[in-house]
Design a protein around this ligand. Structure first.
Ligand code: C5P
Length: 238
């Protein structure tokens, strides 16, 4: 059996991590893990339970008993709570802002990290977020860091929201992103940054397919011969 590796993709919101992560996982036949969805899930469930996030004991008790289920397929990463799929609810603007607020809490970060490591225990994963190559999987064989100009990232996020029938003025989207970027990059616990060995890709002028091709080229270069994707690998875009 071919060895199964861990591939990480980090970067700010709207840099293309989710699209590229999903496509790359489908091309490699790997599991796709979206860590941002887990921070969103904690924010969503904490709000539902009216949990006081400043109460360390209550937060700990909540996280210890919180056992969402996950599935990953060519459409993306899905989460269920108490038998109900909640993934679409996690994209709402209030949950989005709340997610970067819960993400500063070390106890929340350790909960998410533990879940990700458990799901990745057999390797064969593409995992994306802010600290996957630096903190969650420092041993990952291949690491990427995606970035893009703020206005391009805001335009992409605006399109995502339109699809979900959320209309926000473009300046509000850019403001929301800039605010989250600042919180994610300046927090004490696992701030957003590129791992030293990550390949940095500026996706401002690239489409997802072009980014995936660069990633596949890097994977072929880094992994031992015969362990990366075949040169002729067909992209299964699902
Ligand atoms: O990637 P996404 O926009 O879904 O992430 C939502 C929020 O979760 C981010 O703004 C960030 O605050 C947090 N996050 C994080 N570390 C990760 C992934 C996401 O802090 N690895």
């Amino acid at each position: 059996m071919q060895p199964r590796y861990i591939i990480t993709i980090d970067g700010p919101a709207g840099s293309g991590k989710s699209t590229v992560g999903r496509l790359l996982a489908a091309a490699l036949g790997y599991l796709y893990l979206d860590s941002g969805a887990l921070y969103r899930l904690v924010a969503w469930q904490a709000a539902r339970l009216d949990l006081d996030l400043a109460d360390a004991q209550a937060l700990n008790a909540f996280l210890e008993g919180f056992q969402p289920e996950m599935a990953s397929d060519s459409q993306g990463f899905h989460l269920w709570v108490e038998g109900r799929e909640v993934t679409p609810l996690l994209r709402e603007p209030q949950v989005t802002q709340a997610s970067s607020r819960v993400a500063v809490l070390p106890r929340v970060r350790s909960w998410v990290t533990e879940k990700l490591r458990h799901w990745a225990q057999n390797g064969g994963v593409v995992a994306e977020g802010r600290d996957l190559g630096t903190v969650v999987f420092p041993q990952a064989e291949v690491k990427f860091y995606l970035d893009a100009a703020l206005e391009v990232r805001a335009a992409r996020r605006g399109l995502d929201w339109q699809k979900e029938e959320v209309t926000l003025p473009p300046e509000k989207v850019a403001q929301e992103l800039a605010e989250r970027d600042r919180r994610d990059a300046t927090r004490a616990a696992s701030p957003l940054r590129a791992a030293a060995e990550a390949l940095v890709i500026d996706t401002t002028d690239l489409n997802p397919q072009e980014v995936v091709e660069r990633c596949l080229a890097r994977i072929r270069e880094v992994l031992p011969a015969g362990c990366g994707p075949d040169v002729e690998l067909e992209m299964k875009t699902g």
